[in-house]
Ligand binder design. Structure first.
Ligand SMILES: *[C@@H]1O[C@H](CO)[C@@H](O)[C@H](O)[C@H]1NC(C)=O
Ligand SMILES: *[C@@H]1O[C@H](CO)[C@@H](O)[C@H](O)[C@H]1NC(C)=O
Ligand SMILES: *[C@@H]1O[C@H](CO)[C@@H](O)[C@H](O)[C@H]1NC(C)=O
Ligand SMILES: *[C@@H]1O[C@H](CO)[C@@H](O)[C@H](O)[C@H]1NC(C)=O
Ligand SMILES: *[C@@H]1O[C@H](CO)[C@@H](O)[C@H](O)[C@H]1NC(C)=O
Length: 944
């Protein structure tokens, strides 16, 4: 119901015509994600619009209130009796007066001399009050005001200075180093729609107008706002206070307004640009004892501003920027006012420059050019993400960041190929759609060329700066530039291309079938589905614009990313002029488009042979990773033989780049879970994992080395986790040695000295005694310690063990003996962990069968625990034999499942899918593993 309502509203917004300020523009956007909570918000009537504000604010730190007044210049667009403004319910408002300061259109037409002689006149107010249950304030006049009239509205107000959140106008304090007394500060955070909690206003991004801001402050404090101070004046009524009035801003959205009043310390410098560009004054602010910790950020700010000015083709638009490391800042995102950004202290002192870059990108895209409405904010955010990544890479902080875009890309591959993408979770949906849109920008950057793409963005910025934009304006400008540069033939538009990717919750998979006698190939696009079953309705209707960027072995060239051809929403095309039959092709290298590619077996084989040769590194690492990642995921989905997919892992024996290794860890995890139902194959698989990983694990050593990159540490820690889980003896001994120190500790309940990564291997491969010791620690866990440590222990006790006795013991203690140390939530958590491996669900199944009546009675009045136990016991089998056992239990206890009836019925359906998968794939996998082990396994593989 909710979702439907939002869709209707979005459709309504799409018809919306815009306020008169500037030209009349029509709304026409493609990126309609109905999920943004603000999209469906009520809009102000368009009869009047602001043309400028003068805002006066005075915080009272001690009493926790602020007061102020605002003079709003209003233009009347259509004949009206009223002005409607946004105002938060907590705001106390008093309308002082409203004056007509300029004649209306009719008066102007009648006689211009009279118009010149126009005298301001006070308007008769009929009423001025808040609208019930809406964040609105309505002023009604005695007689109608005609279009063209200019009004000035004078409103006084006061409101709470929040201290429990970092939103609206808020205060906070921090202890002075010397006196330890609290020092106050007050600041604003208006995004997305909190300006209305500070003063009555037109609180929609489209109403961008100039603002003059005046702030009262105690003389010993310093106030900053969007612009530099213009003048400071005494206040005759307030001793020791003065008013700072700041320069008038360019047109600004209400969410970009900002004010800070504090006694923080600062560091300033002038950023000198090119000749004709004026200096920008950059100031960072922090507690006096913290300012040194963020000293480095000035360098990052400096570099980033220069790169961004270059990308946008427009210098930083304001004369100054103030950046705060604000003590006790509580919001999850930085407050990005224009020219005034508030960060958490940790975000500015951290290593990378990503946080800073992202907020600085918003200074152009968001503040300088502003999305018209929240439906346009999605594309704004996605483009900000892309430009942030691009900028961070330009900053050459490769090591901390070079996972981009792979981590994000893999996660959207998994998400969009699910049976039900993002379930019903709109937050996940928003995030994955934003990630996908970011990747579409990346794709355009490659396929149109970096210069064309950048000039397209510059064209957009030149056109929309100081104004608002619709999502489509971005696509339009890129299209114009691409045509100008002859990169895109008429009538193709970037809108069309982008829309085919953004409007669907799916991604395509491209299948390449070569004809080796005619040197041609057939390319087919389909919906990419990974999880089974693949019975998604309307699959035929999904089609994408797919750039076919092609690399051929006989002319290896990864620099040219211009598409060989575009698949224009066509199911299938033929391409000609491919290389001879002894030469492979790679389509979509470097993950240029967010889609996997499948080939015929011969092409795959040529690829894996090449990767196994010393020439391997002629293929860039991102593409090596893609080939491996695509291959095993396509096999997992049932679209490629596992023998081909597993061949693609062979080159790793010579591979040292962590990016190329990344896909293999998810392979081990996902495939491992599927085959641990079959003990013999699982043993072989673990042997394979040890043979594959242990050489590099030994080479890197088990402890970090000084000066090594983030990539290497990341690789070492992944190797350690996976090689340990696969039972590699040296690694397990190391874990047990660390664990023994805990067992020998005098007071083991006081704290846990063992690194988390060691605990699972010990519980999995270690002795019953070691495991029992862990269980005792949970039972005796003192309340003063962090409970998440207890949760971690509990999860590993349940999720890791290989031995049935451990699981049986755990179930006996928690379920049968009803040990009071375990809450219902603990038990729920146990069940969900237990079912993650075959030992767990097998043991639970037997335990349930054996103690059926006792367990039923135990959970009599706790149906959700009963259901989750039945789920844990039945839902994870993967083999025919498992299916038979579950079926037998179902028949035997047919009328006794109670609330869990639907659970077991669903389990039986799932199991059939899993059994089919196992039947198709396990024999192939086993055969491949046998062969692998016969070649590489002669050495001792040091398994448990
Ligand atoms: C409001 O309008 C008056 C003229 O009526 C002008 O002097 C003033 O600068 C305007 N204020 C702003 C903030 O634009
Ligand atoms: C409107 O009210 C304010 C505050 O009381 C006052 O300073 C101002 O002169 C008034 N304007 C007119 C035109 O009366
Ligand atoms: C406008 O009015 C003035 C005096 O009221 C008069 O002198 C003048 O002729 C009029 N102009 C027009 C164009 O009607
Ligand atoms: C916020 O202010 C209220 C009222 O002044 C006070 O009782 C409360 O302790 C303050 N909370 C914090 C977190 O400072
Ligand atoms: C920045 O430049 C201005 C004048 O251009 C000067 O007054 C100011 O002192 C300079 N600030 C710093 C920190 O150098």
């Amino acid at each position: 119901m909710m979702v439907l309502g939002k869709f209707i509203l979005v459709a309504f917004i799409a018809e919306f015509t815009v306020i008169k300020v500037g030209a009349v523009r029509q709304k026409r956007s493609i990126d309609l994600i109905a999920a943004h909570s603000l999209i469906s918000q009520e809009r102000l009537p368009t009869d009047t619009a602001p043309s400028g504000y003068h805002l006066f604010l005075r915080p009272d730190f001690e009493s926790g209130y602020f007061e102020g007044y605002v003079v709003i210049n209003v233009t009347v667009q259509h004949k009206t009796y009223e002005i409607v403004l946004h105002a938060h319910k907590d705001l106390q408002i008093e309308l002082k007066n409203a004056t007509q300061v300029a004649p209306d259109d009719e008066e102007l037409k009648k006689n211009s001399t009279e118009a010149d002689a126009f005298k301001p006149q006070l308007l008769t107010i009929e009423s001025a009050e808040k609208v019930k249950k809406k964040p609105l304030y309505q002023i009604s006049f005695g007689s109608p005001i005609k279009p063209g009239a200019q009004l000035q509205v004078y409103i006084q107000f006061s409101g709470p200075l929040f201290n429990d959140t970092s939103e609206g106008f808020f205060r906070s304090s921090y202890p002075d180093i010397a006196t330890k007394k609290a020092k106050w500060l007050a600041a604003t955070h208006m995004r997305p729609n909190m300006a209305r909690s500070v003063f009555p206003c037109y609180d929609e991004p489209a109403y961008k107008v100039p603002m003059v801001i005046s702030v009262a402050r105690p003389k010993h404090m310093i106030a900053t706002s969007n612009m530099p101070v213009e003048k400071t004046t005494e206040d005759p009524r307030l001793k020791d206070w003065v008013w700072d009035t700041f320069q008038k801003t360019p047109p600004i959205a209400t969410y970009s307004i900002g004010v800070v009043i504090s006694e923080l310390s600062s560091l300033s410098y002038n950023l000198t640009g090119k000749e004709e560009v004026p200096d920008i004054s950059v100031t960072i602010w922090a507690r006096p004892d913290f300012i040194n910790a963020i000293n480095d950020s000035t360098i990052k700010i400096d570099k980033t501003l220069k790169i961004l000015a270059e990308i946008w083709g427009t210098p930083y638009p304001l004369p100054k920027i103030d950046i705060y490391a604000l003590p006790n800042y509580q919001a999850t995102k930085p407050a990005d006012a224009w020219g005034l950004i508030l960060f958490k202290e940790s975000e500015l002192s951290g290593r990378g420059s990503w946080h800073i870059a992202q907020e600085l990108v918003y200074q152009w895209l968001g503040a300088l050019a502003t999305p018209f409405w929240w439906s346009d904010a999605h594309i704004n955010n996605a483009l900000v993400r892309y430009v942030t990544a691009y900028t961070t890479i330009q900053m050459q902080e490769n090591e901390t960041f070079s996972n981009w875009p792979m981590t994000m890309l893999y996660s959207i591959y998994y998400e969009f190929s699910k049976r039900y993408p993002h379930g019903k979770n709109t937050a996940i949906k928003q995030d994955s759609t934003s990630a996908k849109t970011e990747l579409v920008f990346r794709m355009l950057n490659y396929t149109l060329g970096e210069e064309t793409f950048k000039r397209g963005l510059q064209r957009f910025m030149a056109d929309r700066q100081y104004k608002t934009f619709f999502g489509d304006d971005i696509w339009l400008c890129i299209t114009e530039q691409a045509r100008f540069d002859e990169k895109l033939p008429v009538p193709i538009t970037v809108n069309e291309i982008a829309a085919s990717w953004i409007t669907k919750d799916r991604l395509p998979v491209l299948t390449v079938t070569r004809n080796y006698t005619s040197n041609t190939a057939t390319l087919t696009q389909q919906v990419y589905l990974r999880e089974r079953p693949h019975d998604v309705p309307d699959q035929d209707k999904y089609l994408w614009w797919i750039p076919v960027v092609l690399v051929r072995q006989d002319k290896l060239d990864f620099h040219n990313s211009t598409p060989f051809i575009w698949m224009r929403s066509e199911r299938e095309i033929q391409i000609e002029g491919l290389p001879r039959s002894d030469s492979f092709v790679i389509i979509n290298p470097e993950e240029i488009g967010p889609f996997p590619v499948n080939y015929d077996a011969k092409n795959w084989n040529m690829l894996s042979n090449f990767l196994n040769s010393p020439d391997r590194t002629q293929i860039p690492v991102t593409t090596r990773a893609k080939l491996l990642h695509d291959a095993w995921n396509l096999a997992f989905a049932g679209n490629l033989s596992f023998s081909i997919a597993l061949d693609m892992t062979l080159f790793l024996k010579d591979e040292r780049d962590y990016l190329a290794w990344d896909p293999v860890f998810t392979l081990i995890d996902h495939i491992g879970k599927h085959i641990d139902s079959s003990p013999t194959i699982h043993k072989k698989f673990q042997n394979y994992v040890r043979l594959l990983l242990s050489p590099l694990y030994e080479e890197l050593g088990s402890e970090p080395k000084e000066g090594e990159g983030d990539g290497t540490s990341h690789l070492r820690s992944s190797l350690k986790i996976f090689v340990c889980q696969a039972g590699y003896s040296p690694c397990i001994e190391e874990a047990q040695a660390a664990y023994r120190k805990w067992m020998e500790a005098k007071n083991p309940d006081e704290g846990n000295p063992v690194a988390n990564q060691y605990i699972c291997p010990v519980f999995k491969w270690g002795t019953m005694e070691e495991w029992e010791f862990g269980l005792q620690r949970v039972l005796n866990f003192p309340s003063f310690r962090k409970q998440n440590e207890r949760t971690y222990l509990l999860k590993t006790l349940a999720g890791c063990p290989n031995a049935p006795e451990k699981i049986e013991k755990l179930l006996t203690v928690t379920v049968l003996e009803k040990n009071v140390n375990f809450s219902d939530n603990d038990i729920y958590l146990l069940f969900s962990m237990i079912s993650t491996n075959a030992n767990g669900y097998n043991t639970t199944f037997e335990f349930l069968k054996k103690n059926w009546n006792a367990i039923k009675k135990r959970f009599e009045d706790k149906p959700y625990l009963w259901n989750s136990m039945v789920t844990a016991a039945t839902n994870s089998f993967k083999t025919e034999e498992g299916l038979d056992r579950v079926r037998a239990l179902y028949v035997e206890k047919q009328n006794e499942f109670g609330t869990a009836d639907f659970v077991i019925e669903k389990a039986l359906v799932n199991l059939k899918e899993e059994v089919r998968w196992s039947k198709e794939n396990l024999p192939v996998i086993e055969k491949w593993l046998d062969n692998y082990i016969s070649i590489y396994g002669s050495k001792n593989s040091m398994g448990r």
